[in-house]
Ligand binder design. Structure first.
Ligand SMILES: [Zn+2]
Length: 379
C-alpha cells in the first residue's frame, strides 16, 4: 500500500466504524482502530466537512469534566432511488445508506414503450424527491429494474418478451431522468436485496416466482452475471419433456408450471385471494397447490444439486411460502441422494414487497461504499 492508499483506507475504516456504531468519540475510534489521534482528527474533520457524519452531539459523563464530542452517522447523507417496472405497475423507493426506505410510491399503470411513459417516470422521480424535500446533491442515482434479458453493462434490454420492452436502453430514460441511471434485471435486483439484508449469507440462489420466473446467482455477496445474459434464467429450465407451452416458444419450462399467474388464474387474478381460499380449505386450490409444489420441488432440487448453496424463494409466491415450507421441504428431501434436510438450505424471502425496487437502488448504495475514499467526498 502506498501512502495514498493508507490514507484512503484509514478514512474508510473510520467512516465504517461510525456507521457500525451509529456514533463514536474520537478516543473510541483511535483506541479501537489503533490509529493516532491526529490521524483520527484529520479524517473526522474531512468527513464532517463532506457532511457524511455529524458532530456536536454531547455525551453525558459522570466525571463532570468536559463532555467529549460524539460523531454520528448520517444515514441520509446520500440516497438512491429504485424503480420496479412491471407489466401493470410502477413501484419506487428512496433508500438511505443504512438501507432504510425513506419514501415510496406505488402506481397502477400499464407499461408502454413510448415517450409519454418515460415522461411519467421522470415526473415520478421528481415527485419522490420533492415530497421529502431531498437535496438533489445527495442523490447517487436511480436503478431501474425490469423483466427481460438485460445487458447491464450496455444498459440495454435484449429480449423483453414479458412486457414488450425489447430494445429499451438507458438512453430512453436519460432524456427524462437527469441523474445517473442503471438498468437492471428485476430478479438480479431482488436477489441482491436479499443478500444485502442477510449479512450471514454470502452465496445463494434466488428464485423469483413472479408472473414470469427468474433467478439470480449470488456469489461472494455479488450477482454472478455469467458470460452472457442467461445466468440464473431458471424459468426456462426444462422440467417436463414436451410439457406445457411456455411464452419463450419451448415446452415444459419451469415457468410454464410455477409462475405466479398460474395460481392467480384460479382466483380472479388475485394471488392473495388464492392463498386465502387455500387456507380456508378449497379442495380444487389444494390440488392445484400440491401440483405446484411438486414442480417447484424439482426445480429446487436441481438448483441445490448444481450449486450446493442456500436457495431463497422470492417473488410474489415467495412472499407466501413461509407457511408452506414443511410441505415443500418434504418433497425436496424425498429427492435428495445425500440425506440433506432442505430446512437447512431453503429459505422464504425476507423482503416480501419491495425487493425489486430496493435491490435496484442498492446498486448505487453498494457502489458508493465500494468506491469510498477513492473520490473526493465533496463530489
Ligand atoms: Zn420457457
Amino acid at each position: 500500500m502506498n501512502i495514498v492508499d493508507i490514507k484512503q483506507n484509514n478514512r474508510k475504516k473510520i467512516y465504517f466504524y461510525i456507521r457500525e456504531n451509529n456514533f463514536a468519540t474520537k478516543q473510541d475510534i483511535a483506541y479501537d482502530l489503533q490509529l493516532s489521534l491526529p490521524t483520527v482528527t484529520q479524517n473526522l474533520e474531512y468527513l464532517c466537512k463532506a457532511k457524511l457524519i455529524g458532530s456536536n452531539q454531547k455525551l453525558s459523563t459522570k466525571s463532570g469534566g468536559r463532555n467529549p464530542i460524539a460523531y454520528s452517522y448520517i444515514a441520509d447523507a446520500k440516497v438512491a432511488i429504485g424503480l420496479d417496472i412491471t407489466k401493470h405497475s410502477i413501484n419506487g423507493v428512496v433508500m438511505d445508506l443504512m438501507g432504510n426506505v425513506i419514501n415510496r410510491i406505488f402506481l397502477k399503470r400499464d407499461f408502454r414503450n413510448n415517450g409519454e411513459y418515460f415522461i411519467l417516470l421522470g415526473n415520478l422521480v421528481e415527485n419522490m424527491i420533492d415530497n421529502i424535500h431531498l437535496d438533489r446533491q445527495k442523490l447517487l442515482g436511480i436503478g431501474i429494474a425490469m423483466p427481460g434479458l438485460i445487458n447491464e453493462e450496455q444498459g440495454l434490454v435484449v429480449d423483453g418478451r414479458v412486457i414488450s420492452n425489447t430494445g429499451i436502453s438507458n438512453k430512453d430514460f436519460v432524456k427524462y431522468i437527469p441523474y445517473p441511471t442503471k438498468l437492471v434485471h428485476d430478479s438480479n435486483a431482488s436477489g441482491f436485496s436479499e443478500i444485502w439484508m442477510s449479512p450471514e449469507i454470502h452465496n445463494a440462489f434466488y428464485i423469483s416466482l413472479c408472473n414470469s420466473i427468474g433467478g439470480s446467482v449470488l456469489v461472494n455477496d455479488k450477482v454472478y452475471m455469467g458470460d452472457g445474459l442467461y445466468s440464473g434464467e431458471v424459468g426456462h429450465m426444462n422440467l417436463v419433456p414436451n410439457g406445457k407451452p411456455c411464452y419463450c416458444g419451448q415446452r415444459g419450462c419451469f415457468d410454464a408450471y410455477c409462475n405466479a399467474e398460474r395460481l392467480a388464474n384460479y382466483s380472479n387474478d388475485d394471488l392473495g385471494l388464492f392463498f386465502l381460499r387455500l387456507k380456508q380449505g378449497d379442495e380444487l386450490l389444494q390440488k392445484v397447490w400440491n401440483e405446484y409444489l411438486d414442480y417447484l420441488a424439482i426445480a429446487v432440487h436441481d438448483i441445490r444439486m448444481l450449486f450446493g448453496c442456500k436457495i431463497i424463494l422470492g417473488g410474489y409466491v415467495g412472499a407466501y411460502m413461509k407457511d408452506y415450507m414443511d410441505l415443500l421441504c418434504e418433497r425436496v428431501n424425498a429427492k435428495n441422494p445425500f440425506g440433506e434436510n432442505a430446512h437447512e438450505f431453503l429459505l422464504p424471502c425476507k423482503n416480501k414487497v419491495e425487493s425489486v425496487a430496493t435491490g435496484a437502488s442498492l446498486y448505487f448504495i453498494d457502489e458508493f461504499f465500494k468506491n469510498f475514499g477513492k473520490n473526493p467526498m465533496e463530489d
